[in-house]
Every structure is written in structure tokens, then in C-alpha cells.
Design a binder for this molecule. Structure first.
Ligand code: ASP
Length: 348
């Protein structure tokens, strides 16, 4: 697949702050992305052709796996027609959506760039204009006839990140996202400086895009804290339909060694529940062999989430525990990176 003409981009608007403008009375009303060229005439100067598709706009706090499936279907249905995709999304759950899409879009070979803003598009000081323009430019960037960023990525405030490595880290700063455990895919200043070595390129270039549409609803996050109670932990672990637990542990993957805690986890794992260990720390990795408290979890069959974000771990479990998949394949995919979502120990 070589891009020889002006790249074509599908801009998908899903909602969020970026899609608001103020009307004549100063009230925030939805921004019409179909009239984008009138609102932001400078976009015409970009060397890309843009089509706009507006989904029913929602605040991203209302995002559900059903919405991710709709988004994945839109991308699949338009995959051949466009060279890249930009998804405008509320910032609150953007990292979850980026992580989910990274797993759901199997064999992706084109850019899917998510962005949004902290200040509405219609406010003079908006960060949305620059985020949108640069995301479009990145989605259309071509090198030797091929897309520069053929993966699900998130662009915000001068930095492009691998989507499933991001976390919303500030409700206030314009630089709202961080990727603590993986370098930026690009830094944007006067020029866009791509970190080509950090960008993933599909092995099966040119193959068909497949989408996963069956995501498990049986996933929960349990964040440890001193004083977590046995009754509550056991109640969560025995809920009907539970299939996977993201266990947010301390530091490098440590948890209490008390008998009741260990027994509750052992029993859940024996019932076939997948327990994945991620750290509560923003940066760094789980290393269960380091302390006795971590080793105990390892011996129970808890799976290391390495340096995965909670967002990536939750959506990876939804993806792997949904749908039909041979057990051996599921097990293998739980232990290895599927879309660069964690750093394996041998390269850490
Ligand atoms: N609540 C908004 C949302 O996530 C915030 C934003 O867009 O920044 O949809």
C-alpha cells in the first residue's frame, strides 16, 4: 500500500470539550465540524483531503465498550477509502478509548490519531485548534510512500504518544497526558520530530483490517490500600460473571501477604479468573520477583502487567476475555505484548 497522492483523512468527531464553541451570548454550544473550513480556514492549507463524520456527541465519561465497537466499525467501513483517521474525543476517557482501539483494530496499517482539548474550540485561548491541525498533519504524514505513524496514537500539547501507553495526568494543565513508560512517538516544535525507532510498523503490511467486536464486561479494577477488607474483596471476587481483575498493587507489584488475602486470590484464580498485576505508581514496572510480597502473588498465578497502564490492562483483559479464543492462545497473549502495551523484561 503506497500513498502517491494527497493523503485523505477521515475526521471522526465523538464529543468532548473540543467540540464546544460559544454563541453570540457567550453560551457554550456544539461546534459544527462539518463547517470546519469556515470556522478554521487555515485547515485548507494542510496538504490533506478531509472528510468529517460526526457521531452523536457525548461527554467521554459516558463512553462504553459499545461505543468503541461503533468507532471500530466506522474505521473498518472507511478503511480502504482513507489513508488515516483522526478521532476527536473527550479527554476524560481518551486513554481508555485509545487503548481499546489499539487492541480491537487488528492488523492496523494506517494512522488512527486521537486528540481533544482542555479548552473548548470556540474559546479564544483554545488548545483544540493546534491539537486538531497537528493531529491531521500527523495522520497524513507519509515517508517513502508509507504512513509515518501506522498505529493508534494520541496527540496532545506538542507530543504524540502510543495510545495504549497514555494516562490523563492533569485536569488543569494543557499538557493533560503522559506516557510514563514509553518515549513520545513525536515531539512537536517548529517541526514535527518523529521518533521513528519508537513507532511500531505492522508486520503484515497491506493486509486487511480486522476488528474485534466482542469485549468482555466481566472485568474489574481493584486498587489496594492499607485496610482493604476481606469481606469486600471476597464479595468482588465472587461476583457472577467476573472473568478478569486488574489488581493495582503497591510499588513494584507488592501486595499484603496475610493469609486471608492470599487465599481469596488463590481461590479466584482456581475458579479461572485472570488476575493481572499493575502498579499504582504512575511510572515504573511490576517486578514480582523482587520482594517476598510480590513473589507470593507470582506463585499464586497472578500475571504480571509489567509497566502497563491501568487503562491498557483493563482494555486488554476486555479484549482477550471477550469472544472465542483457544485457551492456549489467550494465555500466550496475556503474557506477551499484543500492541506494544508493555515493555518485556528482556528489553526493560
Ligand atoms: N468531560 C469532557 C470529556 O471527557 C472533558 C474533555 O473533553 O476534556 O468529554
Amino acid at each position: 500500500m503506497r500513498i502517491m497522492k494527497k493523503p485523505s483523512i477521515l475526521l471522526i468527531y465523538t464529543g468532548g470539550t473540543i467540540g464546544m464553541r460559544s454563541d453570540a451570548n457567550g453560551t457554550l454550544v456544539p461546534f459544527d465540524f462539518n463547517a470546519m473550513y469556515e470556522e478554521i480556514p487555515s485547515i485548507k492549507r494542510l496538504n490533506v483531503d478531509i472528510d468529517v463524520l460526526t457521531m452523536t456527541p457525548i461527554d467521554s465519561s459516558n463512553v462504553t465498550p459499545r461505543r468503541w465497537v461503533e468507532l471500530a466499525e466506522i474505521i473498518r467501513d472507511n478503511y480502504r477509502r482513507f489513508d488515516g483517521f483522526v478521532v476527536l474525543h473527550g479527554t476524560d476517557t481518551m486513554s481508555y478509548t485509545a487503548s481499546a482501539l489499539s487492541f480491537m483494530l487488528e492488523n492496523l496499517a494506517k494512522p488512527v490519531i486521537l486528540t481533544g482539548s482542555q479548552i473548548p474550540m470556540g474559546i479564544l485561548r483554545t488548545d483544540g485548534r493546534e491539537n486538531l491541525i497537528t493531529a491531521l498533519e500527523i495522520a497524513g504524514a507519509v515517508r517513502d510512500g508509507r504512513p509515518v505513524v501506522p498505529e493508534v496514537a494520541l496527540y496532545f500539547q506538542n507530543r504524540l504518544f502510543r495510545g495504549n501507553r497514555t494516562t490523563k495526568q492533569s485536569a488543569e494543565e494543557l499538557s493533560a497526558f503522559s506516557s510514563y513508560n514509553y518515549p513520545a512517538l513525536a515531539e512537536v516544535g517548529v517541526n514535527i520530530a518523529y521518533n521513528h525507532a519508537a513507532i511500531a510498523h505492522p508486520v503484515d503490511d497491506g493486509g486487511e483490517l480486522r476488528i474485534a467486536t466482542s469485549l468482555s464486561e466481566g472485568v474489574v479494577v481493584i486498587k489496594l490500600f492499607p485496610g482493604i477488607g476481606e469481606g469486600i474483596l471476597r464479595a468482588i471476587l465472587s461476583v457472577d460473571g467476573l472473568k478478569g481483575v486488574v489488581l493495582e498493587t503497591y510499588g513494584s507489584g507488592n501486595a499484603p501477604t496475610s493469609e486471608w488475602f492470599v487465599a481469596a486470590l488463590r481461590e479466584a484464580i482456581a475458579r479461572g479468573i485472570v488476575v493481572m498485576n499493575v502498579t499504582q505508581c504512575a511510572g515504573g514496572s511490576v517486578s514480582m520477583g523482587l520482594y517476598e510480597t510480590g513473589m507470593r502473588l507470582q506463585s499464586l498465578g497472578v500475571i504480571s502487567g509489567h509497566d502497563m497502564t491501568t487503562e491498557a490492562a483493563v482494555t486488554k483483559l476486555m479484549y482477550l476475555l471477550g469472544g472465542e479464543r483457544p485457551d492456549a492462545e489467550r494465555r500466550r497473549l496475556l503474557l506477551e505484548p499484543v500492541k506494544g502495551e508493555f515493555t518485556p523484561d528482556d528489553v526493560a
